[in-house]
Write a protein that binds this ligand. Structure first.
Ligand SMILES: [Zn+2]
Length: 175
């Protein structure tokens, strides 16, 4: 099985016991985000001088935990999203966790997984910014040019080879 995917891991202490889950989004979410542009821009401090797209998806999860204001705008945006069969369980759990956190006034921890791919039992992590997880490109072998890069989104400096890996996938889930 081949999978190209990235997920958001979320944890919340708002419930007893604390809960956590993974949000998988396989399709582009840009149309939904554009519909909520004003609210998202306000909550994330995106100004006219900061482009809304590209990289908005990475920006959503860059700072953790999420403030209440950000959870409220994400709740509205994700409520508009119609998940696929494979996304549904994580999507509903994420909405429920947002509700719990918003009601309890507790921030939610979020973390975007590195971008990658699994195929024929090999798990490849593409070179990416270690802070915001912005993908540098879909490399399936170690990048030749290993000059220090500066992330276009968050400005973090990193060497591509340090964030690339390709090894047997020992689990059925993508980590
Ligand atoms: Zn970055």
């Amino acid at each position: 099985m081949s999978d190209l995917l990235q997920y958001v891991e979320w944890t919340s202490d708002a419930t007893t016991p604390p809960v956590n889950g993974r949000l998988f989004v396989y399709r582009s979410f840009d149309e939904i985000l554009a519909k909520h542009r004003d609210a998202i821009s306000g909550a994330y401090g995106i100004t006219a001088r900061t482009p809304f797209f590209p990289y908005l998806w990475n920006r959503l999860w860059m700072d953790s935990p999420l403030s209440c204001e950000r959870m409220v705008v994400l709740r509205a945006a994700f409520s508009d999203y119609c998940p696929t069969r494979w996304e549904k369980e994580g999507h509903l759990a994420f909405l429920a966790a947002l509700d719990s956190c918003i009601q309890a006034g507790i921030a939610m921890n979020v973390s975007l997984s590195p971008p990658g791919h699994t195929d024929f039992g090999i798990k490849t992590i593409f070179p990416h910014c270690p802070k915001c997880k912005l993908e540098l490109g879909r490399f399936f072998s170690a990048p030749d040019d290993d000059a220090l890069q500066k992330c276009e989104l968050c400005g973090t400096g990193f060497r591509p080879s340090a964030t690339f890996s390709s090894r047997p996938d020992e689990s059925t889930s993508f980590k």
